[in-house]
Write a protein that binds this ligand. Structure first.
Ligand code: NAG
Ligand code: NAG
Ligand code: NAG
Ligand code: NAG
Ligand code: NAG
Length: 376
């Protein structure tokens, strides 16, 4: 997550007025300089209960009280932390990954639990852990060539070398990923038994009712699979998506969604029939998320990564109609955090806060000092 996220989350949650205003900053705790500031590393994380914020500060991890910003503990390990790449926090432990190396600390006091490493893959240009997902007490770590599952003791419960992993999800007691020639592997996170399904290219990052949404390599293209059995629940034979460059698959108990390029396709969760198709008014759509019964996303008036004007936009999931859009001033490519009826659009100068029920701007702070890092 980002530095500005750490400082302003509480402001978002207590904000109730509707007039646009500039939020005041509740607290600021300076972090010692670190080279990571210019990398894409995720070097700030919030504990699951929201009470503390873990950040990299120089060669230390620090834990900060989320209410006051006061330092709770500092943990030092120069060898690992000088090039920290990824950071995640479970209810008991902090896990950091550097290349193929892993290190864990007690969340309560910062004392060291364990160090370990995942096997080095065969490709020297594509090594190491780039993502960590927390699932209960387990950490699922993965990168270009490795997927591994472990507890805070860092004893591997599951590990596999993969070439060409396309997409991965962790949900409902399973980790599942596609790799190779469009194979899906589903791993039970209790027994660590594997199940293999052919002809799956992309998977939704989460399940709904135990089912994931998938895009196949062949037609029919869109389908759902039950994680517990690895069997197809339905396949949609009607929808034809041509020349799609990006997919985001959102599983849902009501209307699973495929966001493909700049259009949205909603399916009946039981039959798989197309409920509606929505062409957004933007050439490029990113960061789609379902919240408060609507789809909230970032719309860009330019193609692809080009810099157009950026909007936070909403679409009604029961009607497939637009709910409006708010233009947001932006310095860098932004990210969107949605919580409690608000969408926070974080960018290179601060953030804008949008009420997702009315699709109106509520407040902003576009004057935050320093570099605002983005969790992309
Ligand atoms: C920054 O470094 C100073 C001097 O080493 C130290 O006293 C301070 O606690 C550090 N602050 C943080 C947040 O790491
Ligand atoms: C943070 O500070 C508040 C106010 O002093 C205190 O009530 C709370 O217990 C602290 N939280 C943690 C996690 O230390
Ligand atoms: C840190 O906390 C863990 C559990 O929360 C405990 O087992 C350990 O003894 C503590 N270490 C220190 C040095 O206090
Ligand atoms: C990874 O799994 C293999 C077996 O598939 C095992 O031989 C190896 O020791 C494991 N690596 C680690 C670091 O646990
Ligand atoms: C898809 O791309 C091909 C080749 O670039 C092009 O001929 C075709 O018209 C495109 N189809 C659609 C529906 O855009």
């Amino acid at each position: 997550m980002t530095l500005v996220y750490a400082v302003t989350t509480l402001v978002a949650l207590v904000c109730t007025t509707t007039a646009l205003k500039t939020d005041s900053i509740l607290w600021t705790t300076p972090l010692n300089n670190t080279n990571e500031i210019f990398s894409m590393a995720q070097w700030v994380a919030t504990s699951p209960d929201g009470s503390s914020i873990i950040a990299l500060s120089g060669a230390n991890f620090v834990s900060l009280n989320a209410t006051t910003g006061a330092e709770l503990w500092a943990a030092q390990d120069n060898e690992y932390l000088s090039s920290l790449e990824v950071l995640a926090v479970s209810s008991t432990a902090v896990l950091a990954a550097v290349g193929t190396g892993l290190i864990s600390f007690h969340l309560s006091n910062g004392s060291l639990i364990a160090t370990a490493s995942v096997p080095q893959g065969p490709n020297p240009f594509n090594t190491g852990i780039s993502n960590i997902v927390v699932h209960g007490d387990l950490f699922v770590v993965y990168g270009g060539q490795n997927i591994a599952v472990m507890g805070s003791d860092l004893v591997m419960r599951y590990n596999v070398s993969v070439m060409d992993s396309y997409s991965l999800g962790v949900s409902s007691g399973f980790v599942y990923y596609t790799s190779g020639a469009a194979h899906l592997t589903i791993v039970d996170l209790i027994t660590f038994e594997e199940r293999r399904v052919d002809d799956v290219l992309y998977v939704s990052s989460a399940a709904a009712n135990g089912n994931i949404l998938v895009v196949q390599n062949s037609r029919p293209l869109v389908a759902t699979i039950a994680l517990s059995t690895g069997t197809f629940v339905w396949k949609n034979t009607d929808v034809v998506l041509n020349n799609v460059t990006t997919f985001v698959l959102i599983a849902s108990t009501d209307v699973p969604l495929v966001v493909a390029d700049n259009a949205v396709y909603a399916f009946d969760a039981v039959t798989g029939g197309l409920v509606f198709q929505y062409q957004t008014p933007f050439p490029t759509v990113s960061n789609p998320v379902v919240a408060s019964g609507r789809l909230v996303y970032i719309g860009n008036t330019a193609q692809g990564l080009a810099r157009g004007r950026l909007f936070v936009a909403g679409m009604d999931l029961s009607t497939g109609k637009s709910l409006g859009q708010v233009m947001t001033p932006t310095l860098l490519r932004p990210s969107l955090v949605v919580s409690g009826g608000h969408a926070m659009m974080i960018n290179g100068q601060g953030y804008s806060l949008i009420d997702t029920l009315t699709m109106t701007a509520v407040s902003h702070n576009l004057n935050l000092q320093g570099q605002v890092l983005l969790p992309w």
